[in-house]
Design a binder for this molecule. Structure first.
Ligand SMILES: Cc1cc2nc3c(=O)[nH]c(=O)nc-3n(C[C@H](O)[C@H](O)[C@H](O)COP(=O)(O)OP(=O)(O)OC[C@H]3O[C@@H](n4cnc5c(N)ncnc54)[C@H](O)[C@@H]3O)c2cc1C
Length: 345
């Protein structure tokens, strides 16, 4: 729905963002553009060099917490190209392709590897940005390179995976290249010698599974565990699982002996943020229309037509309570976008 705002010079039609992000918060932007070709991407960038804009995929990792004072540009480039060599399938997918549909496409054409990442919402272009991961696999293991347009020079570049600084839900696109690059495509390498990854959770019970078996299990488990954003607004895990040193863990275990952890290396462990939030009794709590999911403490939901303010308020309460009780700093995974861009908690 459009809203009309008036200033002295003109009447501006504001575009609603509610249907354009999975949280479904009531926010607007000044202008909205859907970019469907590389040519129109270049034209858009040339016209917006000095103006604020926010690049959007399917909005499943974005919460618009206020009206955005600028243009929202949805990157909707399409196309999948497959080549092969002796050892690998080389898949080039345009940024606006749906990630899950790419997973299904590859499975159907007997190119395996993506199955653990089934049903992750969003676009191919956003996948490298937070290095999407699930069930023991992160997308970085299949990325050969990422193609992007430099937003300053309007030139296309290709960055090799080794230079993408991939980490846990992290990459160079969240740091040195934040708001400096429009990703237009990603090149993946899927090894022909497929190895199943069944080390994680419910997958460990599968015996000699095919890629299709893993896909089916992942879809089944995700559908049972996670709220469907088409039914209940959310953006998946709201906070990242914090990483702390083994030394800090040892000190915390004195006070909280049951605190779970996953070893990362000899020095660091990952703590499930859901456990921390659950310990503090947030599950099911409301802040206005925003609710901490009653079964998944890590998922904040738009249960009853909540607002961006209410989301920020609940997220800050959780973050502060975790810091006070456990001296652990929770970092949000979802991009919170306010009037002038990124909002911090
Ligand atoms: C129910 C649910 C479950 C989820 N489960 C998982 C999970 O298991 N694992 C996981 O890792 N994530 C998960 N997520 C998070 C989300 O699916 C991923 O982060 C996904 O990659 C976001 O894609 P998107 O296109 O919706 O990104 P958006 O939200 O549209 O954008 C995310 C960020 O990328 C930027 N961006 C998007 N496209 C481009 C582009 N072409 N060029 C430059 N910048 C761009 C945006 O500016 C923004 O900063 C889940 C989300 C939901 C709602």
């Amino acid at each position: 729905m459009a809203r009309i705002a008036q200033n002295r010079q003109s009447v501006v039609i504001l575009k609603s963002l509610q249907q354009l992000h999975t949280f479904g918060l009531p926010a607007h932007c000044t202008d909205f553009v859907r970019i469907q070709s590389v040519h129109s991407a270049h034209t858009f960038i040339a016209q917006h060099l000095e103006q604020p804009f926010y690049l959007l995929g399917q909005g499943s990792n974005t919460a618009f917490v206020a009206d955005y004072q600028g243009t929202v540009a949805e990157v909707a480039l399409k196309g999948i190209d497959v080549q092969e060599n002796d050892s690998h399938y080389i898949i080039k997918a345009a940024a606006g392709e749906s990630w899950h549909e790419l997973v299904v496409y590859c499975l159907k054409h007997t190119m395996y590897g993506f199955e653990n990442l089934a049903l992750i919402p969003g676009t191919v272009g956003a996948a490298p940005i937070q290095n999407i991961g699930a069930y023991g696999v992160e997308v970085e293991r299949f990325i050969q390179s990422v193609q992007y347009i430099d937003l300053k020079t309007n030139q296309v570049h290709s960055i090799a995976a080794k230079d993408c600084e991939f980490g846990y839900r992290d990459s160079i696109f969240k740091h040195a290249l934040w708001q400096k690059a429009m990703i237009v495509g990603v090149t993946f390498l899927l090894p022909k010698a497929w190895q199943p990854v069944v080390t994680y959770g419910e997958l460990a019970a599968l015996h000699a599974p095919s890629a299709q078996d893993i896909f089916n299990k992942v879809v089944e488990v995700r559908q049972a565990k996670l709220p469907d954003p088409n039914v209940l607004g959310n953006a998946g895990s709201f906070f990242k699982n914090p990483i702390i040193s083994c030394e800090t863990l040892a000190a915390l275990h004195q006070q909280f002996p049951s605190m779970p952890f996953y070893p990362l290396d000899a020095e660091a462990v990952k703590i499930p943020a859901a456990w921390l939030i659950d310990q503090l009794g947030f599950k099911g709590q409301f802040e206005g229309g925003i609710r901490c999911h009653p079964k998944q403490a890590l998922v904040l939901t738009n249960a009853e037509q909540g607002t961006g303010e209410q989301l920020l308020s609940l997220a800050r309460r959780i973050k502060n309570a975790v810091a006070e009780q456990f001296s652990i700093d929770l970092e949000h995974e979802v991009q919170l976008i306010g009037a002038n861009g990124k909002v911090l908690l």
